[in-house]
Design a binder for this molecule. Structure first.
Ligand SMILES: *[C@@H]1O[C@H](CO)[C@@H](O)[C@H](O)[C@H]1NC(C)=O
Ligand SMILES: *[C@@H]1O[C@H](CO)[C@@H](O)[C@H](O)[C@H]1NC(C)=O
Ligand SMILES: *[C@@H]1O[C@H](CO)[C@@H](O)[C@H](O)[C@H]1NC(C)=O
Ligand SMILES: *[C@@H]1O[C@H](CO)[C@@H](O)[C@H](O)[C@H]1NC(C)=O
Ligand SMILES: *[C@@H]1O[C@H](CO)[C@@H](O)[C@H](O)[C@H]1NC(C)=O
Length: 781
């Protein structure tokens, strides 16, 4: 089976790569760089050109040579050239969320009108996350960084500072940008951040391998912090003041950023538009300087989200003048303004004395240090990154990885009476119905560029079945009008029916949150009519980023199977077809809770994670939400069944020793644990996984901690993810996986003061239906 998949994959790669052509006669313009041996003016004698010196020292030397006007011109994303020092124009704003992206209007990022016309378009991140495969995330990011470098070398990029990953928590299912994130869990998002940053920056997957700090490209953790709302009723992201408790901040909103910086070693950080507890993120000294730089050791550059700095006076009325807004952000620790606020008002801020030149110098040293780490002050591109070029963009192995990510991420939500996979031997005729069946753009999701090639679900299915008939069913995805009769007639005449429905960027995207969780317009009634008239139960494929309430389909016997395919990227239609016809065994697992429609009665602006039974607030995400679910976090089926057994737990009773007596309160502070306590408490869990079916497959094994008495005083989650590991098994094969668990890290959550604590008492380790009891006690030292 695996060999067959592999051969098909190779064939696909070959066909794919031939769809974009290389113009061999094209002479690339050289990418901009400083400090070449024959550069004019000759700058090589200056310290900033000496590649042997520490980067900070070089940056300081360069900054010391700039006039005030030159300095100010460097504080914005379109950083001006300084010809007298051989410093070229640099565009800081470059996007590559799931492949190289472009923004025409702002002239940022990559241009695709040169010799390279397209780049590999991976699935939107919410789908890739469902693989729970940190190594896959890393490999994808590494490829994206590689393609970015290649574009820069070809003169088709103005910068190498990429503003991804998006690691905000997918807090509310209506959020239009939830699709960009890896989902709702802080541990998962933290691990995702680390893998992506290491991949993009060219570190090893274990970290610590950046030679002399030299970057493949620079990654940026965004949007710092508690940003997860575009527009809801009278609120929008530009002026929204998120009220966040210390507790939720510490154990939901911040952990991904902490990991992105401490372990990922990201060289960029973006402060978000919104305010948190009354303070604009980009003007928050405690957040940017005390926490990110001080506590977490951040040493890169901090950029504002685009135009965020100009909102502080104009829209948020937090500063009393334009100059005060400049002072607020520079003194808070922001280094770069995406926009023009600092270009326009820094000069007068300096003359009025609200900012000093040393505030500017600090920002510039951070900025030039990153440009130097990118190798842009070492003369013409050389070394491994210097060799990358046109042949490295849309390379066959990159496109194969995009296909692999789609296959591995897709989640099988329902499969009654083993309707799927459909037989390849007895295919018969196939009706494909739905507004998402044949729209290539919809495969990509937001922040995308031109893909190397695309395969829509219809095209994918047509490569398996000769007799395919297609009806769009709805006018558009919003389905304000539907030709139910024609679709139903087509369904009656076919042996099998695949409906391809869901959402697209008109329903959920940047600046567009959904109002409802159900499918738009007449989609549901179309699906039901088709299902009722079809000969056999139908297959429903959903393309969407955020979850939809498809309870109706879950409960309807004539809808036999449901597949969630996110926005699956350039090869998505191929992956969907492979799964439908059994050439790939699906193994993705949801990284967010699918709530019922009823959830929208909760104000989207309520940032609380924890349930509040007295006011009827049900809480958010699998960790705290107590209401009904359509599908839960971690859910997903396969064409085989897996069983789990916890075969050994090296420690089940924890007797912690603490310096003070918080244990009287039913919990112990991690900080107050005696020396070595955290190390001594580390243990290992061995789980045996059996593939009980007839098909090989890959899927992730998820280990959770479940609290026996939920709702105790300290507010620990009902359940929390402790670890995850993808495993491959052959039919009937049994394998074991080992999890290394650190109670201080994996069993802790925050108390009201935002302090990380471990709740004492009984709990269970959970894998699938298997539970293993543990108990946690604490004595005073
Ligand atoms: C190849 O590039 C050259 C130089 O940019 C251009 O003049 C020519 O038209 C291109 N040829 C094709 C086939 O695109
Ligand atoms: C946030 O808190 C402020 C101050 O208490 C209050 O005025 C505002 O209404 C709150 N916002 C939301 C969305 O609850
Ligand atoms: C800066 O000045 C330019 C030119 O006058 C103007 O278009 C732009 O809106 C200004 N930016 C801000 C943030 O005020
Ligand atoms: C599917 O879309 C492709 C690309 O837009 C188009 O060429 C093809 O005709 C469409 N197929 C059908 C059956 O409409
Ligand atoms: C549905 O989409 C069409 C075409 O894009 C648009 O004209 C119409 O206003 C939309 N309807 C709704 C209810 O959003």
């Amino acid at each position: 089976m695996r060999h067959i998949i592999h051969i098909i994959a190779i064939l696909i790669s070959i066909t794919c790569s031939s769809t974009f052509s290389i113009n061999a006669t094209h002479q690339p313009k050289l990418p901009p760089f400083s400090c070449g041996s024959s550069s004019t003016p000759p700058t090589r004698p200056y310290l900033f050109c000496d590649a042997g010196l520490p980067v900070r020292e070089r940056a300081r030397d360069l900054v010391s040579r700039l006039t005030l006007d030159e300095k100010i011109s460097q504080l914005v994303d379109k950083a001006a050239a300084v010809p007298r020092l051989g410093v070229p124009y640099y565009e800081w704003w470059t996007e590559a969320l799931h492949g190289l992206a472009f923004f025409d209007e702002a002239e940022t990022g990559f241009s695709f009108d040169g010799v390279v016309k397209a780049a590999t378009s991976f699935p939107q991140n919410i789908l890739t996350a469902s693989t729970f495969d940190a190594d896959l995330w890393y490999r994808i990011a590494k490829v994206i960084g590689r393609e970015a470098r290649a574009m820069y070398n070809e003169g088709q990029a103005n910068g190498l500072t990429i503003w991804s990953p998006n690691i905000n928590i997918f807090r509310d299912p209506r959020w239009g940008r939830g699709q960009e994130t890896p989902g709702e869990d802080p541990l998962l998002t933290a691990k995702y951040a680390i893998s992506v940053v290491r991949g993009l920056q060219g570190d090893s997957s274990e970290g610590g391998a950046l030679k002399d700090g030299h970057l493949q490209i620079s990654a940026c953790c965004k949007h710092f912090t508690a940003y997860d709302l575009e527009r809801w009723e009278g609120y929008d992201r530009f002026t929204f003041n998120a009220n966040v408790t210390k507790q939720d901040m510490a154990d939901t909103y911040q952990p991904p950023f902490k990991s992105c910086i401490e372990d990922g070693k990201a060289s960029g950080l973006m402060c978000a538009y919104n305010l948190v507890n009354g303070v604009p993120n980009c003007a928050d000294y405690d957040l940017l300087t005390k926490t990110a730089r001080g506590e977490w050791g951040f040493d890169g550059y901090i950029v504002s989200d685009c135009d965020a700095a100009s909102l502080i006076f104009k829209k948020q009325h937090y500063a009393k003048s334009e100059e005060e807004a400049v002072a607020d952000v520079l003194k808070a620790g922001m280094d770069l303004n995406c926009g023009t606020q600092l270009a326009n008002y820094t000069n007068s801020a300096v003359s009025k004395g609200t900012v000093s030149v040393s505030d500017i110098d600090r920002a510039l040293e951070n900025l030039f240090s990153v440009r130097m780490r990118l190798g842009l002050f070492n003369g013409p591109p050389s070394g491994t990154y210097g060799k990358l070029g046109r042949a490295d963009v849309c390379a066959p192995e990159h496109q194969e990885l995009a296909l692999e990510a789609a296959r591995q991420g897709i989640v099988l939500l329902k499969n009654e009476r083993k309707l799927l996979p459909l037989s390849k031997a007895r295919k018969g005729s196939l009706a494909v119905i739905g507004p998402n069946a044949n729209v290539s753009k919809t495969l990509l999701g937001d922040y995308s560029g031109p893909p190397c090639t695309t395969v829509t679900p219809l095209q994918g299915l047509m490569s398996y079945v000769e007799d395919v008939k297609f009806e769009q069913g709805c006018d558009t995805v919003n389905c304000s009008s539907a030709d139910v009769k024609r679709a139903a007639e087509l369904a009656t005449s076919a042996d099998h029916v695949v409906l391809v429905m869901g959402l697209d960027q008109t329903q959920e995207t940047e600046y567009v949150d959904r109002k409802n969780l159900v499918l738009p317009g007449m989609q549901q009634s179309l699906i039901m009519s088709v299902a009722k008239t079809a000969k056999k139960p139908v297959v429903l494929v959903l393309l969407c980023g955020g979850p939809v309430d498809v309870s109706f389909a879950k409960n309807e016997a004539k809808i036999g199977s449901i597949l969630w395919a996110g926005y699956p990227g350039q090869a998505g239609g191929r992956a969907i077809a492979e799964i439908i016809f059994g050439d790939y065994n699906p193994g993705g697992r949801l990284t967010m809770t699918w709530y019922p429609q009823d959830f929208v009665k909760i104000p989207m602006v309520d940032m609380r994670m924890r349930a509040d039974p007295t006011s009827g607030f049900p809480g958010r995400t699998y960790r705290f939400y107590r209401g009904e679910k359509v599908f839960e976090f971690g859910y997903g089926l396969s064409y085989t069944t897996y069983s789990y057994k916890i075969v050994s737990v090296s420690q089940s009773k924890f007797d912690l020793k603490a310096s003070s007596s918080t244990s009287d309160l039913g919990y112990v502070s991690v900080q107050e644990l005696g020396p070595g306590s955290c190390d001594k408490a580390r243990f290992s869990v061995i789980v045996s996984v059996k593939n009980k079916g007839k098909m090989a497959g890959k899927h992730p094994v998820l280990l959770f901690l479940r609290r026996t008495q939920y709702g105790g005083g300290v507010g620990s989650p009902m359940k929390q993810l402790v670890g995850f590991q993808p495993v491959r098994t052959d039919a009937k094969e049994r394998v074991t996986v080992e999890f290394l668990v650190s109670p201080c890290e994996h069993f802790s959550s925050a108390n009201d003061d935002g302090e990380m604590v471990i709740e004492l008492g009984d709990a269970s380790l959970v894998v699938g239906d298997e539970e293993h009891p543990i108990s946690i006690n604490c004595d005073k030292l």
